[in-house]
Design a protein around this ligand. Structure first.
Ligand code: NAP
Ligand code: SF4
Length: 674
């Protein structure tokens, strides 16, 4: 029986048919910029083999001024076209279809040469755009049209014209960025002239039998954003201009509302796309925080869209669709929407990958092949590092025994899943449980490994993780002091006023845990109210006039660090601001530059600066230690003393800045070469 009848149904576009309702949405991975076209081709071909109906490439610049950054990839020369042909041929051989996204960044281009409708700098870019004159606008249109014709020449099945997320075309639509008084500004008719003209001319140039997706911003989430009436007017005009499919864009990049982070509820914006259903006759795609087949199926079954776009889930698992079709959804590596290895990499100028799948974008470099010399391998520690090493080694044909002193798999993932807004970690732990159960791994849980018990193994992998760092504060042994482990594992009661020592990832997580009673991520209505998201039919751009309205904090929390800098500065590049904003909305006090003097029954005594001035009491019922971690290497050291050779990975190797991304990557890479 077909487990997902809506998701797996074909979609007839007239001149071509998509084999199911799954679009792999555009992602800027940085692969094209490597110019290793075999690698680019393998990335897309792997997803085509995995059954996705249609993929959209990362954004290709139509011209240098429109590139997201200087040197951004585009189709400029016959050589570029030939290189893209390598990709499209490989995708077609794998039975897939692929469209090229044309992305003109306008004022979001990270370049002093950027252009826009009006010379208004964006809050997320240092460069004010040059205001285009009429000839300049004509050049942009013509460059986009040329890019589309070259895409066709390169063998693409279509193009996606990027009209959302606050990029160039979107910038013409709203008065927030378009102050023009000529034919391209003023009335909405004028402001939407550019996107409509682009679609009309692209269609004329590419002919009727070429997929033309227009990505339309359905809820801008910025001040003076589009009204719903304007969204509908634009959608109808884009349809009339010749688009084949409308895709959904949610929020401009400068919006101060999270739209894809893990704390955003699943399918949080499908209701926005649903409002457009019936207004146009062409298929509509919905998007954002759809990460598992049951979520995608429900979105389609509820009539929210004709098709779903998922992007990051295809980094996490290229075989998403084929596993879903085979009734093996539990075996899909889930995208937990953390952004840690994808968007955070993109915004740091690094090649993308995926926390749960280090092979993403590294398909040709990190290969996992059957071993010619099967060994007996012991893996100690069933956290992310140990699990990925054990699974990879077993997949290669080694005989693997996985030992953990805990009775549950997952290590620190089991703490992360307790944090409001990090519920996706439950799915990740479940995925690992399924993968281990399906493997040949011999599992020994609830057993503290000793050197004696490891004598028969050819290789020993130590993934024993971390132990909390001792901050050495006078009074820290008092009854009012807890470690983050006590708190996140729910082992100890926490008072109404709390001081948290340490503001790294775990300090922030503990603060979120302590101020939140019911996670808004589990309740869409509450989440929308918390962040001030309204119906764009009632409020321009979907911003509620009253702004964010979070639930009151259930505790009064103070978060502290010794460094004299903004708290949370080192959190994820694309998600740190969300954690900070979320805690600020809950009135969490954040204090940096402190010395911890002592803890007593009244709370935490601090001072400031090298001279230890301005002594202050942070009155608190409970003090929670989140002062970082040190490697847990006792077993490794005992084995080394005995002259045994061990491989030490994850937190047991280096605790500083440990996260699941590094742990999983290291575990997978080690096991790939044993
Ligand atoms: P961390 O990020 O290294 O932060 C440790 C905190 O403790 C810092 O605020 C540090 O600030 C403080 N500290 C260090 N030594 C101290 C001492 N001797 N006395 C008092 N305070 C001290 O470590 P973590 O918060 O335990 O997180 C561990 C890792 O897990 C992090 O690398 C993080 O990436 C990962 N993680 C990530 C997330 C996420 O959302 N991505 C969430 C949780 C954990 P000062 O030195 O300035 O006082
Ligand atoms: Fe998803 Fe995180 Fe992987 Fe990005 S790194 S694809 S957000 S799981």
């Amino acid at each position: 029986m077909n487990p997902y009848p809506h998701l797996l149904a074909p979609l007839d576009l007239g001149f071509t048919t998509l084999k199911n309702r799954v679009l792999m949405g555009s992602m800027h991975t940085g692969l094209e910029e490597t110019k290793d076209w075999n690698r680019v081709a393998e990335f897309y071909a792997a997803r085509a083999r995995g059954g996705v109906a249609l993929m959209v490439t990362g954004g290709m610049a139509p011209n240098p001024e429109g590139g997201v950054f200087p040197g951004a990839a585009g189709l400029y020369t016959p050589e570029d076209i030939a290189n893209h042909r390598i990709v499209t041929d490989r995708v077609h051989d794998a039975g897939g279809k692929i469209a090229m996204q044309i992305l003109h960044a306008g004022r979001y281009a990270y370049s002093p040469k950027c252009v826009g409708p009006s010379p208004i700098k964006s809050p997320i870019s240092p460069f004010p755009p040059a205001e285009l004159d009429a000839a300049g606008i004509e050049k942009q249109i013509s460059d986009i049209v040329i890019a589309a014709t070259r895409a066709r020449e390169a063998g693409y099945d279509g193009v996606e014209v990027m009209g959302s997320e606050g990029y160039f075309l979107n910038q013409f639509l709203v008065t927030h960025t378009n102050k023009r008084t000529d034919d391209w500004g003023g009335s909405y008719e004028n402001r939407m002239r550019l996107p409509v003209e682009v679609v009309t001319r692209v269609r004329d140039a590419v002919g009727p039998d070429f997929i033309l997706i227009y990505r339309l911003s359905m809820i801008d989430l910025v001040p003076n954003g589009s009204t719903w009436a304007e969204v509908v007017q634009l959608a109808k005009a884009i349809e009339a201009a010749g688009a084949t499919i409308l895709n959904t864009g949610i929020g401009w990049h400068e919006a101060r509302i999270p739209t894809i982070a893990t704390s955003v509820p699943r399918r949080a914006f499908a209701w926005v796309t649903k409002k457009l259903m019936g207004e146009v006759q062409i298929p509509i795609i919905t998007s954002n925080r759809i990460n598992m087949p049951d979520v995608a199926e429900s979105v389609l079954a509820d009539g929210c869209a004709d098709m779903v776009s998922m992007a990051r889930p295809f980094l996490a698992d290229p075989d998403f669709v084929s596993k879903a079709a085979a009734g093996k959804a539990a075996e899909i590596a889930p995208c937990i929407a953390c952004n840690q290895a994808c968007l955070d990499h993109t915004f740091s100028g690094k090649l993308s990958s995926c926390l749960v799948n280090p092979r993403a974008c590294h398909e040709t470099e990190l290969t996992i092949t059957p071993t010619d010399h099967p060994k007996r391998i012991a893996v100690i520690g069933a956290g992310p590092a140990g699990l990925s090493a054990a699974l990879t080694a077993a997949q290669r044909g080694h005989s693997v025994t996985l030992i953990d002193k805990s009775t549950e798999l997952g290590g620190q993932l089991n703490m992360a899943k307790q944090v409001p807004g990090k519920e996706e970690f439950w799915g990740l732990v479940e995925y690992y449980k399924t993968a281990v159960a399906k493997s040949q791994i011999a599992l020994r849980l609830g057993i503290a490994a000793t050197p004696a018990m490891l004598s028969d193994f050819d290789d020993i992998i130590i993934a024993t993780g971390v132990a909390p760092r001792d901050p050495g504060i006078p009074g820290q042994d008092g009854p009012n002091v807890l470690s983050y482990i006590d708190v996140l594992r729910g082992k100890a009661p926490v008072g109404k006023t709390v001081a948290i020592i340490g503001a790294g990832g775990i300090g922030f997580d503990v603060a979120e845990f302590l101020v939140t009673e019911d996670s808004p991520t589990e309740n869409l209505e509450v989440w929308l109210e918390e962040w001030g998201v309204g119906d764009p039919a009632q409020t321009r751009g979907g911003l509620r006039p009253e702004g964010p309205k979070p639930d009151a904090a259930v505790r009064q929390v103070t978060l502290l660090q010794r460094k004299n800098e903004k708290l949370g500065k080192h959190l994820g590049k694309t998600t740190g601001w969300i954690h900070r904003a979320g805690l600020q909305m809950k009135n969490v006090a954040m204090i940096g530059g402190v010395n911890y003097e002592k803890i007593d029954a009244d709370g935490l005594h601090i001072s400031f600066g090298e001279a230890r001035e301005n002594p202050k009491l942070i009155a608190a019922d409970t003090i929670v230690l989140c002062s970082g971690q040190v490697p847990e290497r006792r077993l490794a050291e005992a084995l080394i003393v005995q002259g045994r050779s061990v491989h030490v990975i994850g937190g047991a190797d280096v605790a500083a800045e440990l996260d699941a991304k590094r742990a999983i990557d290291q575990g997978t890479r080690l096991a790939a070469i044993l």
